[in-house]
Ligand binder design. Structure first.
Ligand SMILES: Cc1ncc(C[n+]2csc(CCOP(=O)(O)OP(=O)(O)O)c2C)c(N)n1
Ligand SMILES: [Mg+2]
Length: 276
């Protein structure tokens, strides 16, 4: 019998041993969506530099992706990515990291990169918790949720990450869940083709920390919840804020074109060298 190779095998390093992901984690699905998007676009891994911070989601690209990968410090992947983009403007830069990494310790880097409209794709895996460190409250944890640092329930209001990045000025913003792999893949392709700051929030399940600590349950229960609570941007637009408050609004929130920072810097350099 002939052996069958996974069609995306050539994009991952030939590592042995188990993956770093827990059973039921959404990171594997998201990983597959990213590689499928690159494959569909017929791009080469050499066209990219991938950058991650610290956390479970950061492991999606490191050590697995067979490409130039920087596994950076907690909260700083966008800062590293900005430096890489300014020096290698011909490369497509993709950051994949968690909600804690990108919106808590790294929150300012995120909003300023969106404001500058620097050309990169940022995929934020939002599992609503600090997964890797054992289930602490994050800026995305729903109000009332019990975590190891909020044993009596979270009193804070969570960020609406996509709205925050939209308000900061990103060229492309979309939100999907791990229940939407086809839509997510399509959105990643759109984000890769976009010239400017392209941001995708993926609501994902962490059954081991979020599911167990908050009572959201198993991976299957969480995926079912994503399915039942998701509503399209279009339908949500016809409803009041109160009606959508418990729902997950999915789809493309922004898709626009505006001047991109690296191109503007290149134009300025050309202009000033001509004037000399
Ligand atoms: C400066 C610094 N502070 C804190 C930590 C501990 N730490 C590592 S990962 C992490 C949070 C990860 O959460 P998230 O980004 O949501 O990723 P997840 O594991 O949930 O995918 C924290 C607080 C660290 N490594 N460095
Ligand atoms: Mg997280």
């Amino acid at each position: 019998m002939g052996s069958v190779e996974h069609p995306l095998k050539r994009y991952v390093r030939p590592l042995t041993g188990p993956t770093g992901f827990c059973p039921g984690c959404g990171d594997g699905t998201i990983s597959q969506c990213v590689l499928r998007a690159i494959d569909d676009l017929q791009m080469d891994m050499d066209d990219f530099v991938f950058v991650s911070g610290i956390g479970c989601a950061a492991w999606i690209i490191s050590p697995y992706f067979n490409a130039d990968v920087l596994h950076t410090t907690h909260g700083r992947p966008i800062a590293f990515a900005t430096g890489i983009k300014l020096n290698l403007p011909e490369k497509k830069i993709m950051v994949i990291s968690g909600d804690g990494d990108l919106t808590a310790i790294g929150g300012n880097h995120l909003i300023h990169a969106a404001r500058r409209n620097i050309d990169m794709v940022v995929i934020c895996v939002n599992n609503g918790i600090y997964g890797m460190t054992g289930g602490q409250v994050a800026p995305t944890t729903p109000r009332g949720s019990k975590t190891i640092t909020t044993p009596l329930g979270n009193l804070e209001h969570p960020f609406d990450i996509s709205s925050m990045v939209q308000a900061a000025g990103a060229s492309y913003v979309a939100r999907w869940t791990a229940y939407h792999p086809r839509q997510l893949t399509k959105s990643i392709k759109r984000a890769i083709r976009k010239k400017g700051f392209a941001f995708i929030e993926v609501i994902s399940q962490c059954p081991v920390q979020f599911g167990a600590k908050t009572g959201a349950g198993s991976a299957v229960e969480m995926l079912k919840m994503f399915k039942d609570r998701s509503i399209s941007v279009k339908r949500a637009g016809e409803m009041s804020a109160q009606e959508t408050s418990d729902l997950i609004v999915v789809g493309e929130l922004v898709d626009t074109d505006k001047p991109e920072l690296c191109e503007e810097i290149a134009k300025l350099k050309k202009r000033t060298s001509r004037d000399k």
